[in-house]
Design a protein around this ligand. Structure first.
Ligand code: 5GP
Length: 205
């Protein structure tokens, strides 16, 4: 069985990482997306259990206390966290599990799983990021300002990532992400059982 792979996809709010990830889920069956828990209220069209598991702050704090989260952060005034049990089970099944999370969470995941793959999605430039964020029409002006300020902070941690993915178009960015996943799965360091099989061939004649 091909071993599972944990792939973290980060990038500033509005860069389009959600669209890129959704695109690659259409391409391949063995790639799954982790659904995070958050205390942020749902946006119009967001569905509980699909986009996020929406929790009250008290419910989220209980999840922290019960050790149900792989990692969690407070971002722009709300809690966000990755459910531990589901993610570990999917990796064990040999699936590629994508975590769409911000930079502090990514650094924590790397600490826990050193062989995870960290990808950072970049906009063509900063002005384009602001345009996309405003164009989304889902955020208040205050929230847009907080997210743009946060983006500047997030860019400072870019060199912690293994790969940069330019999101000029969603299709191009999804192709780039898929190429990374395919290459990572072919790494010798991730395929010890195949190596052993070929190293242990004994010709009897
Ligand atoms: P949004 O409110 O726009 O959906 O998400 C805000 C930020 O939180 C995004 O950068 C998103 O990737 C990140 N995020 C979503 N879920 C998680 C999570 O479980 N853990 C961490 N660390 N960040 C998350």
């Amino acid at each position: 069985m091909t071993p599972g792979l944990l792939v973290v996809v980060s990038g500033p709010a509005g860069v389009g990482k959600g669209s890129v990830v959704r695109k690659i889920l259409e391409y391949a069956e063995n790639i799954v997306l982790s659904v995070s828990a958050t205390s942020r209220p749902p946006r119009v069209n967001e569905v509980d259990g699909v986009n996020y598991f929406f929790k009250t702050r008290e419910e989220f704090e209980a999840m922290i206390k019960n050790n149900e989260l792989l990692e969690w952060v407070e971002y722009c005034g709300n809690y966000y966290g990755t459910p531990k049990e589901w993610v570990c089970r999917e990796v064990e099944k040999g699936h590629v599990v994508i975590l769409e999370i911000e930079v502090d969470g990514a650094v924590n995941v790397r600490r826990l799983f050193p062989d995870c793959v960290l990808c950072f999605v970049l906009p063509p430039d900063y002005n384009e990021l602001e345009k996309r964020l405003r164009g989304r029409g889902t955020e208040t002006d205050e929230s847009i300002k907080a997210r743009l300020a946060r983006a500047v902070e997030e860019f400072k941690l870019i060199d912690r990532y293994d790969y940069l993915i330019l999101n000029d178009t969603v299709e191009n960015a999804a192709d780039r992400l898929l190429s990374i996943i395919k290459s990572e799965r072919m790494k010798t360091s991730r395929n010890q059982s195949i190596i052993d099989k070929f190293k242990n061939i004994n010709r009897s004649e």
